[in-house]
Design a binder for this molecule. Structure first.
Ligand SMILES: *Cc1c(COP(=O)(O)O)cnc(C)c1O
Length: 441
């Protein structure tokens, strides 16, 4: 039986097995892990899969071949894919929306975070020291990671978020967990939070006191599970004729889009892939022919996509080493906040649909495609979050309350607790140690 290995985007000689790649996150040379080869997937078998967990096991299983986790893949997928990813028609036969917001924190990041947590839990020998997952967040990632690890023995989560710079709804989702999840409001920006997390991973005293890990979005264990809902949607809509299905994907760090490209590479009937960006136009400008020019991010209504230097670009460029081939393989478009607002209003009136600001970016980018392109095949808008997560933005635009799904209502009802810290490593060290003493009292 073949053993799958993963190689660094920077050096094909730096490799790891499935488990090691997930545990490490980043390759030791600073690159990102990508598969050494593309396994042959039996599409007929995948099509016959009865549900999302079965399809997930069929699709991800070959990537874990020869690894310690291979035999647990069915159980891991059953645990991670415990909620649906429905495809809802907007214009029958032409346009549909893939709803990725039915998980515990109502954003697509639940899929990746839950898969990674289910894998890491099985990699730790019994009675190993507590694993501390340190996660810097500007909003959605922290909540998804906290939810995925909450209540799991042997692990704790420390969320770092910028004080006063996340919405009240987002803050509630970061600070409502208790138990093995702690939230620190950092007096600084998101960049300060990220810097603190990086410093912590390099800090000898901290690393001696606890085993640190990140559940960063560049982790292979968050990317691979995201191929599953593209596969499910493409197989469901392509029909027996295998007509390819095209996707418009709200994008920031390009993890979700990369997963779609991988799914297409695995042979799924996927046609066009359109990257929908907000006013952070690094990617649309590059795809449009300009040189690659990463920059600082600008703040927009679609805040989870406020990225000026997308981390997964390194994977994308490793996949298409020739820029011109990359530019032929995907397209990209950037839209500003005014267009997001107008699209939320218009589609509520026209379709009765309420979009979150990120999904609205995809809806707007689709609307800007030429009529000929839109008519050329079936299209799917990817809905990355539930609008109730961004109700402060959405409700004034549509003039009504956004219905809150049960999973979010439960989170909103929990008591919130967090500690404020200065944006420096000493403060983080002290806070980590102090909370432990208190918990022991
Ligand atoms: C994270 C996020 C995105 C961007 O996804 P990437 O994989 O970083 O491109 C889009 N929408 C929502 C709601 C998100 O939370």
């Amino acid at each position: 039986m073949a053993t799958m290995r993963f190689q660094s985007t920077r050096d094909v000689g730096v490799t790891a097995g499935f488990s090691a790649a997930l545990a490490r996150g980043l390759a030791p040379d600073g690159g990102l892990y990508v598969p050494q080869y593309w396994p042959a997937i039996a599409l007929a078998e995948l099509s016959a899969a009865q549900d999302l967990p079965a399809l997930a096991a069929g699709l991800i299983g070959p990537f874990a071949e020869g690894d310690a986790l291979a035999s647990s893949m069915a159980a891991i997928c059953a645990e991670a894919f415990s909620f649906p990813a429905p495809v809802v028609d907007l214009e029958p036969g032409r346009l549909a929306v893939l709803e990725l917001f039915h998980g515990p924190t109502a954003a697509f990041k639940d899929f990746g975070a839950r898969f990674l947590a289910a894998c890491l839990a099985r990699l730790r020998p019994p009675r190993s020291p507590t694993l501390t997952i340190l996660v810097a967040t500007s909003g959605d990632t922290g909540g998804a990671v906290a939810a995925a690890f909450h209540g799991r023995p042997g692990s704790e989560v420390v969320v770092l978020f910028p004080q006063g710079r996340v919405s009240p709804t987002q803050q509630q989702q970061l600070t409502c967990w208790g138990g093995n999840v702690r939230a620190f409001a950092v007096r600084g920006t998101f960049d300060d939070c990220q810097r603190l997390a990086k410093q912590a991973f390099l800090d000898e005293p901290l690393r001696q006191a606890r085993e640190l890990s990140s559940a960063n979005s560049i982790n292979l264990g968050r990317l691979l599970p995201q191929t599953v809902y593209y596969a499910a949607t493409a197989l469901a809509l392509a029909g027996p004729g295998g007509e390819p299905v095209s996707f418009v994907i709200p994008s920031g760090n390009l993890g979700n889009a990369m997963a779609c490209i991988w799914a297409r590479r695995l042979g799924l009937p996927i046609g066009e892939i359109v990257l929908a960006h907000n006013a952070n136009r690094t990617v649309p400008e590059f795809i449009g022919g300009a040189p690659w020019r990463p920059r600082a991010s600008v703040t927009t209504l679609a805040s989870a996509m406020d990225v000026g230097d997308p981390s997964n670009m390194e994977r994308l460029r490793a996949f298409y080493p020739d820029d011109e081939r990359l530019r032929a393989a995907v397209s990209a478009c950037g839209v500003d906040d005014d267009a997001i607002r107008a699209r939320i209003r218009a589609d509520y009136r026209r379709l009765g649909r309420i979009w979150c600001p990120h999904t609205a970016v995809a809806a707007e980018v689709y609307a800007r495609l030429s009529e000929a392109r839109r008519r050329a095949g079936r299209w799917v808008l990817v809905a990355t979050a539930h609008p109730a997560k961004f109700r402060e933005i959405v409700e004034p635009l549509i003039g009504r309350e956004v219905p809150v799904p049960a999973s979010l209502a439960e989170l909103f009802a929990r008591p919130s607790a967090y500690r404020e810290i200065e944006a420096d490593l000493n403060a983080l060290r002290t806070a980590l140690a102090r909370d432990e003493t208190e918990a022991g009292e």
